[in-house]
Design a protein around this ligand. Structure first.
Ligand SMILES: [Zn+2]
Length: 376
């Protein structure tokens, strides 16, 4: 936005029909005589964020505080971008939003080209990030980032080097979640995006299911070791399953938390959330849209809302949970991480059900099909 002077009043201005600033693939020109409001406001913010980013790497300053501040500025910038696409913006103009994304695509494509020209394989790219794999040894990612910065005029940072990374497919109905992956940096830190572990409404115990899987995979130093550990990681769900079958979890770790989008009378489907809302209404508690309901699942398939769930407000500690429901949730969380390797909700769930009915178990859960080349 700063580099190309993108602002509502500079888009398609009347003073510069001859402008050299043209939006890629869109027939828009941008003013080159006057600096727009948005670039003027954003420039010092970008500079400030840049300073805190640099300070975070300098031992004279507290890295944790600098990191927090730079992230706060990052959010301010993200909101500034997002607002240009807001329908009711006072001072908005949709062409701004279109132009920003058009430039962004162009920049990303240029970055891909540069990377490929100097011998990198591009694994994945979205919005402002690129994942590349070096073909040669002795590759220098910092050199590549400098080359991309020079070519695009946009400052590019190296976030880190991964020992391995897994890109997850988008869930069918999860539109907008283009950003689902997990990987292990060289310094041993995991980066996880777009899975249940990161979502606040996931019960603690289900987050543990994913943590257990990732803790096993964390031991892998490269792709080969990763593949060797996948089945060990999948098998950790047996422990989680046993805990559910033997009711070893504290009930508060099993609580689902859902944000309500409408009033109880407006729910057409009799889902678990509606049952929870009806129970709360019986208790005289009115939940407004935007507020949360919290409940454990006691009998998913019951027709009576009083039996299906138990809201947190009514938990006494003697409730029996719906074991099958929770086993299925375990399978679902494991599937999220392991589906690229052929582990599906179905085969994971069936394995857990064998555990429940104490059927003969085989050594490990076997994937249905093994899909190669999803871990790099
Ligand atoms: Zn102009």
């Amino acid at each position: 936005m700063v580099k190309y002077n993108i602002s509502p009043e500079t888009m398609l201005c009347d003073c510069c029909y001859d402008s050299h600033i043209n939006v890629p693939q869109l027939d828009y020109h941008i003013c080159y005589r006057n600096i727009g409001l948005l670039p003027e406001v954003l420039k010092p913010i970008i500079f400030r964020r840049f300073c805190f980013k640099a300070m975070a790497k300098n031992k004279k300053h507290d890295p944790a505080i600098c990191k927090e501040i730079q992230q706060a500025w990052k959010w301010v910038l993200i909101v500034c971008f997002g607002y240009t696409g807001y329908r009711n913006a006072r001072f908005g103009r949709i062409e701004c939003h279109e132009s920003i994304t058009a430039f962004a695509r162009d920049i990303l494509l240029d970055a891909v080209k540069v990377s490929e020209q100097v011998g990198y394989k591009v694994l994945h790219g979205i919005i402002d990030s690129l994942w590349v794999k070096a073909n040669k040894k002795n590759s220098d990612p910092f050199k590549l980032s400098r080359m991309i910065s020079k070519k695009t005029g946009i400052k590019v940072d190296v976030e880190g080097r991964y020992k391995w990374i897994v890109f997850l497919p988008n869930k069918q109905f999860d539109v907008g979640a283009l950003n689902r992956y997990y990987g292990l940096f060289n310094d041993g830190k995991l980066k996880v995006r777009g899975i249940e572990l990161r979502q606040r409404n996931t019960p603690d115990f289900l987050r543990d299911v994913q943590r257990n899987i990732l803790n096993v995979l964390k031991e892998a130093n490269n792709t080969k070791e990763f593949y060797d550990l996948v089945s060990v990681a999948a098998n950790t769900i047996l422990d989680s399953g046993k805990r559910v079958i033997d009711s070893m979890n504290e009930l508060n770790k099993l609580v689902f938390k859902n944000r309500i989008s409408r009033y109880v009378t407006e729910y057409k489907v009799n889902n678990l959330v509606k049952s929870a809302l009806l129970q709360l209404r019986d208790l005289g508690i009115q939940v407004e849209p935007g507020q949360y309901v919290q409940y454990i699942v006691t009998n998913e398939h019951s027709r009576n809302y009083k039996n299906r769930v138990c809201v947190v407000e009514s938990i006494t500690g003697d409730e029996k949970i719906d074991v099958d429901y929770y086993l299925r949730q375990i399978a679902k969380c494991a599937e999220s991480l392991l589906i690229p390797f052929g582990y599906t909700l179905e085969n994971l769930k069936n394995y857990l059900l064998k555990l429940k009915y104490k059927e003969k178990m085989y050594g490990s859960i076997l994937p249905r099909v093994r899909i190669k080349q999803t871990c790099f």
